[in-house]
Design a protein around this ligand. Structure first.
Ligand code: COA
Length: 208
């Protein structure tokens, strides 16, 4: 089994811990900036923060279990890529309808129940949480987090570090700009620019 560190020891971190075990990794510790070293979470310890990576002679597998996309992107910037390997974690129930026409970037996490059809590109460190659907010709940028039960139609373009709240529906051909947030349950039927928060049915921008 492949040793794995998990950055983020919160609720998502514990979910990623159990997912990682089901797909053949051997988690050896959490990294976290907000939880004290030596804290035990489930049966694993927090070892410290990203400075811990320097203790490993060879590159170590690491996955980022952070829901907040901007925090995730900031952690990536602090890590020397030469010290790590970012695996893809994909639950066995995930359906890649045409696996040869789907690109998944390093460090991405695909949770149980997700269905992706074809001609899809996921960037690096993308989170597809439980039971999401992703339609044809869709792009999802680096570090974006798609929360449980989101339906993304075809030809959708989602930028980098975007948060899509649980249960949102995204209409075909819509574009969502970098670092925007879409509220839980929203119906996004037109383009949303970068750096804004949009909520509701249909989704309207409420914060810039
Ligand atoms: C959209 C979201 C990111 C906004 O969070 P925020 O930046 O902290 O902003 P606020 O909570 O202050 O909300 C801003 C406004 O939008 C409203 N709002 C927030 N989320 C909303 C939603 N899902 N639907 C409708 N209105 C919503 C708030 O009531 C507030 O309105 P007001 O200014 O009239 O009081 C957050 O509410 C959200 O939906 N996050 C997704 C959570 C999720 O999916 N978790 C899954 C974990 S597995």
């Amino acid at each position: 089994m492949i040793p794995l560190l998990i950055y983020g020891a919160g609720g998502l971190g514990r979910e990623v811990l159990s997912l990682a075990r089901t797909v053949g990794f051997k988690p050896i510790g959490f990294l976290d900036d907000a939880i004290a070293p030596r804290t035990e979470i489930n049966d694993l310890r927090v070892l410290g923060s990203v400075e811990v990576l320097q203790a490993f002679h060879d590159p170590i597998h690491l996955v980022l279990a952070l829901g907040d996309p901007v925090s995730k992107a900031n952690v990536v910037k602090r890590i020397d890529p030469a010290r790590v390997v970012y695996p893809i974690l994909k639950h066995s129930s995930v359906i890649l309808q045409d696996e040869y026409a789907i690109q998944i970037g390093e460090g991405s996490i695909l949770c149980a129940g997700c269905v992706l059809t074809n001609d899809i590109v996921l960037g690096k460190h993308v989170l597809l949480n439980l039971n999401c659907t992703v339609g044809h010709d869709t792009r999802i940028g680096d570090c974006s987090s798609i929360m449980p039960g989101v339906n993304i139609a075809g030809q959708v373009t989602i930028g980098e570090a975007v948060l899509i709240g649980a249960g949102a529906n995204i209409k075909n051909r819509v574009r969502i700009g970098d670092k925007s947030k879409i509220g839980m349950g929203a119906a996004v039927i037109q383009d949303i620019g970068p750096g804004v928060t949009a909520v509701g049915v249909p989704a309207k921008v409420v914060l810039r």
